[in-house]
Design a protein around this ligand. Structure first.
Ligand SMILES: Cc1cc2nc3c(=O)[nH]c(=O)nc-3n(C[C@H](O)[C@H](O)[C@H](O)COP(=O)(O)O)c2cc1C
Length: 188
């Protein structure tokens, strides 16, 4: 019989289409509990988790991110910035912004540990999830910063990732995943 944790790890996938059903408070609390129980360098736990479940506020956040993209020199980002339909969080009903002080070089790693804990807990609850990276590059844009500050992201924090959570839409598709070979070396 396969180990339960490994089964959970292998069944987690990134989902990029959600329906409107909101994540229950009990489920969100379990996911956030998993986040704060992750390991952190020197056990500093300087991270912060800002969970947004308000649809209008998420739309507004996406608008500010697009506005930052529109200012970019990068053509691809400019296109996203001007797109009517682009939604970086795939219309998920819940988005958790994961931020940390950037004074320690391992700040991003602390956040990544917490994020994987959230993904695995969401998976175990039958919820879909996906890493959303667009605030990582835009959180210091003045317009974006003012907005995330108003939502509760600490001003001295950088955003290292966001977690979209919800229920997979009926039309959600999974990208094929092939594991790369030769990525493991065991020395005995
Ligand atoms: C650091 C990091 C950043 C990512 N950023 C995004 C993102 O912004 N948008 C997205 O749709 N997926 C994002 N992903 C998800 C990856 O594309 C996904 O994990 C990968 O394709 C493997 O698929 P799986 O998660 O279904 O196993 C990110 C994943 C990681 C680890």
């Amino acid at each position: 019989m396969e180990n339960e944790i490994l089964k959970n790890i292998k069944s987690r996938r990134s989902i990029r289409a959600y329906n409107d059903r909101q994540v229950a408070d009990t489920d969100l609390n379990m996911i956030l509990d998993a986040a704060v129980n992750a390991p952190s360098g020197m056990n500093y736990q300087t991270w912060h988790f800002t969970a947004i479940q308000n649809k209008e506020k998420l739309v507004e956040l996406n608008r500010h991110i697009k506005s930052a993209f529109a200012k970019s020199e990068d053509k691809h980002l400019q296109e996203r910035g001007h797109s009517e339909t682009y939604c970086c969080y795939y219309h998920a009903p819940t988005l958790v912004v994961v931020s940390n002080e950037s004074t320690q070089w391992w700040a991003a790693m602390d956040c990544a540990c917490a994020i994987e804990n959230m993904f695995l807990t969401a998976t175990s609850l039958g919820l879909a999830s996906c890493w959303i990276n667009q605030l990582g590059t835009t959180c210091d844009d003045p317009e974006v910063r003012a907005y995330i500050t108003s939502l509760g992201v600490p001003e001295n924090h950088k955003v290292f990732g966001c977690v979209a959570i919800g229920y997979a839409a009926d039309n959600a598709t999974l990208k094929e995943k092939v594991l790369k070979e030769n990525t493991i070396t065991i020395v005995r």
